[in-house]
Ligand binder design. Structure first.
Ligand SMILES: [Ca+2]
Length: 101
């Protein structure tokens, strides 16, 4: 669940997106559910998840959660950025993301 997932990565540089998705139950969810999660992370509704939004990723789940470190954000972004433009497409199909678990 979410609380456990957040607890597992509360230490700086301990965030692992695969582990997080798995623990919070996002892994194996339908494309529609993933799309909903993307819409929440994409706070300015630009259709893309930019580095700054990704940095605050954990706070979308809990207001008291920490921001990701620069290193964690870069790894997370790189993992999901399929075309290397520095942001992650959050369009209807989410086909632009390589975040798979
Ligand atoms: Ca955005």
């Amino acid at each position: 669940d979410i609380t456990k997932a957040l607890d597992e990565c509360k230490g700086a540089d301990s965030f692992d997106y695969k582990k997080f998705f798995k623990t919070c139950g996002l892994a194996g969810k339908s494309a529609d559910d993933v799309k909903k999660a993307f819409a929440i992370i994409d706070q300015d509704k630009s259709g893309f998840i930019e580095e700054e939004e990704l940095k605050l990723f954990l706070q979308n789940f809990s207001g008291g959660a920490r921001a990701l470190t620069d290193g964690e954000t870069k790894v997370f972004l790189k993992a999901g950025d399929s075309d290397g433009d520095g942001k992650i497409g959050a369009d209807g199909t989410c086909r632009d993301t390589r975040w798979t678990v």
